[in-house]
Design a protein around this ligand. Structure first.
Ligand SMILES: Nc1ncnc2c1ncn2[C@@H]1O[C@H](COP(=O)(O)OP(=O)(O)OP(=O)(O)O)[C@@H](O)[C@H]1O
Length: 606
């Protein structure tokens, strides 16, 4: 339960709704417990009017409002009395229904508000967490906490709380009435109810465990199907349809077994619940019947008790479900708290300074190891990039090039050494401002399911003008292709839109960075899916665009036609070679070899 303390702040936020909900529930139940009293009264009256009925000394005790009502109708003729009492019972049912409607409107609606707030809280916190966190948690897990766990907590803030208030008010009002009338009979007829609650709690837990299994196997099945659809081209080209089918059937069989197991328990659950409810009624009739035989004037009272017991069984049986709902919600909130209490490693320092990026970029003896894998990606790396310089970083795959870019953007902090811009360590800048001022094209292209135009203006505070979009797209050499799409810049991309080619996606993501017009540009291997001619055009365009800007271009290919101020060759997280194109050619090392290989490939390709 202590984990659920995290949602109390929401109850406070919606306290007026909450209090209104409690009052409405109590009022609705007050009307409910008046019905058995009035019914019992009519039956008592009927018994007294039967021929041969003995005058009785038995006096039933009624609730204050019912006492007034009885005083009013008691003097009427029997037929008038029955009509008025029947109409009153009808009116009470209507009033009860009306108040129940308002009760749901307040408590269930409150739980939806809390769900909304909580989803936003979790989402906002996810956004604060750094990339290191995302590497150690799967997307499925994150999604689950946001969807499944928040829904389970809602079952607590909504239905569980509502049942609980209903239960407490109905039980206390009925039990007060019952004890006022006959303590002995009350104790006997109420005795089986705790047993009923306990049984339901136990069976509910079994059902819960079984439905967890069903959920897990369903999730496997969905993941399996989803992967098969997204990887359909690989499956078909490797002719693995049958193997995939077998795998799917296995998962499907697992799901079927679990679902059948759940259905069996549920099949026992409901009839046994009805049986236990029936048993309580039976005991009431049995004991009450004996009492009525001894004193027939108590017939009305027995009828009253039978109605109470029937009225109480549903709320009492709900105790079991409420207890397991609370348990599940506490487990879910515990999982949510684990995330909500995770503080991002990368965040603004207390004395963070506004970033106004200018000056040289310096990697000063930087070393960095990925915490999750223990891979030393950068080792004693030093490099100075003068303001306005264009540099090319080249090297074998896995040599640490992208890691350098991520250290500059402060996705991670170096383990040793420092990355500075204009003499200030990047860790001293406000993270948001630092990233806002560097135009970055990551290696993995990602476009949102939105229009091409919105994808291009993604990093800007507002949607860019058509001219700016076109300008950026022209620089990235993708403008003509966008215009060729059915709705031009308004064309939807992604899942339910046009599927762009790998090269087109890369160029749209370059346009997305260029439109920011930042003084620093960081391109991470973003021309790999572009043909040599387009690559040439883009590099030419960039040449003018970059003019006074600082640019770091990470690549596997050498762009000899762009005059780089420095070329850095990386190997195993260290700098292998450094210099201008000419210097490295005369060094005749890795760069020169790569250059010769590329030139001879290009020539043989022509
Ligand atoms: N998020 C990560 N978590 C753990 N290890 C990582 C992570 N990203 C990269 N690495 C490891 O760090 C090393 C350097 O990776 P990095 O991506 O910087 O190389 P790269 O030179 O950019 O490679 P490529 O040219 O293939 O993109 C590699 O050994 C890689 O396996």
């Amino acid at each position: 339960m202590k984990h659920l303390a995290a949602v109390y702040k929401y109850f406070w936020k919606y306290r007026f709704r909450f209090i209104a909900g409690i009052l409405l529930t109590a009022t609705s139940n007050y009307f409910a417990v008046m019905t058995p009293e009035i019914t019992g009264y009519i039956v008592g009256k009927l018994q007294q009017s039967l021929p041969g009925a003995k005058p009785t000394s038995f006096r039933n005790e009624y609730d204050a409002l019912v006492t007034y009502f009885i005083k009013w109708v008691d003097t009427m003729s029997f037929s008038q009395l029955v009509t008025i009492c029947s109409l009153t019972i009808l009116l009470l049912a209507v009033l009860r229904g009306l108040f129940m409607f308002f009760m749901r409107q307040t408590i269930i609606v409150m739980s939806r508000h809390i769900e909304f707030d909580q989803k936003n809280e979790v989402y906002q916190h996810y956004q604060r967490l750094d990339t290191g966190f995302y590497k150690t948690h799967s997307t499925g897990d994150l999604m689950n906490r946001m969807a499944e766990d928040v829904s389970r907590v809602r079952m607590f803030t909504g239905p569980a709380i509502m049942y609980l208030i209903n239960l407490l008010s109905l039980i206390s009002l009925s039990v007060i009435n019952m004890f006022r009338k006959d303590v002995h009979l009350s104790l006997i007829v109420l005795a089986p109810l705790p047993l009923l609650a306990l049984t339901i709690y136990i069976v509910n837990n079994v059902i819960h465990k079984k439905s967890e299994k069903v959920q897990a196997s369903l999730s496997n099945l969905t993941t399996n199907a989803q992967e098969a659809y997204s990887g359909i081209r690989v499956i078909k080209s490797f002719v693995q349809e049958n193997a995939m089918m077998r795998f799917f059937t296995q998962n499907s069989e697992e799901y079927r077994k679990n679902a059948v197991g759940l259905a069996k328990v549920e099949a026992i659950y409901f009839p046994s619940m009805t049986l236990m409810v029936g048993l309580s009624t039976l005991i009431t009739i049995l004991i009450g019947g004996q009492m009525a035989l001894e004193d027939p004037s108590k017939v009305g009272l027995i009828v009253e008790f039978v109605i109470y017991i029937n009225m109480l069984t549903f709320p009492v049986s709900a105790i079991g479900s409420v207890a397991s709902m609370v348990q599940r919600a506490a487990a879910s909130q515990k999982r949510l708290n684990e995330f909500l209490q995770t503080e991002p490693v990368i965040k603004d320092k207390n004395n963070a300074v506004p970033a106004n990026l200018s000056g040289d970029i310096v990697f000063d003896n930087v070393s960095f190891t990925y915490a999750n894998t223990g891979i030393k990606a950068i080792e004693n790396f030093s490099l100075t990039i003068k303001e306005g310089q264009k540099i090319l970083i080249i090297g074998k795959t896995g040599s640490g090039k992208s890691t350098l870019a991520q250290l500059l953007l402060r996705f991670y902090d170096p383990e040793k050494g420092a990355v500075t811009i204009g003499g200030t360590p990047v860790s001293n800048f406000k993270v948001r401002e630092l990233r806002e001022q560097i135009a970055y094209v990551p290696q993995d292209v990602f476009l949102f399911s939105d229009t091409v135009g919105n994808n291009i203006s993604f990093g800007l505070p507002q949607v860019a003008t058509k001219e700016n979009m076109q300008h950026a797209a022209r620089l990235a050499s993708v403008d003509n292709e966008i215009k060729g799409l059915e709705k031009g810049y308004e064309t939807m991309v992604g899942e339910r839109g046009v599927t762009l080619s790998g090269g087109q996606k890369q160029r749209v993501s370059i346009a997305r960075a260029l439109i920011k017009d930042s003084r620093m540009l960081l391109l991470d291997d973003c021309l790999s899916a572009v043909d040599a001619k387009t690559e040439h055009t883009i590099i030419q365009n960039l040449y003018q665009y970059l003019d006074k800007k600082t640019a770091i271009i990470i690549t596997h290919r050498i762009f000899s036609h762009l005059n780089f101020d420095q070329v850095v060759v990386m190997e195993n997280g260290r700098m292998l070679e450094q210099g201008t194109h000419e210097q490295l050619m005369s060094l005749d090392g890795y760069y020169a070899e790569l250059y010769r290989l590329q030139v001879s490939n290009e020539q043989s390709g022509e």
